[in-house]
Design a protein around this ligand. Sequence first.
Ligand code: AMP
Ligand code: ZN
Length: 107
Amino acid sequence: MEDCIFCKIIGKEIPSEFVYEDDEIVAFNDIHPKANHHVLIVPRKHIPTINDLNEDEKDEVLVGKMMLVARNIAKERGLSGYNLQFNVGESAGQIIFHIHLHLISNG
Ligand code: AMP
Ligand code: ZN
């Protein structure tokens, strides 16, 4: 997807260090962290918002995998608690229209 900053990060057009990657999902640190740990879990597939999930393409499975990636990162880091958040739509504060799960924790 042209002009999508997360597609550019995934396509390595914009440099970013992945803290996790597989064939479907990448994770990298948020550029403006809201806590000691603030990781964005992002599918390689361009889906603008949670409202655009397509059951015919099994997107719900992809979202489930994103949750597991977040859980695994939290576990690896020994986080005692964390918040997982999807912002959906401009009025809810979504600024990047390529779905991403925020993993936020102070440890
Ligand atoms: P949202 O408000 O849910 O759309 O969140 C977008 C998040 O992406 C914000 O927390 C931004 O700080 C973060 N962000 C924007 N550009 C970058 C970037 N180049 N690398 C990492 N995080 C970014
Ligand atoms: Zn994209």
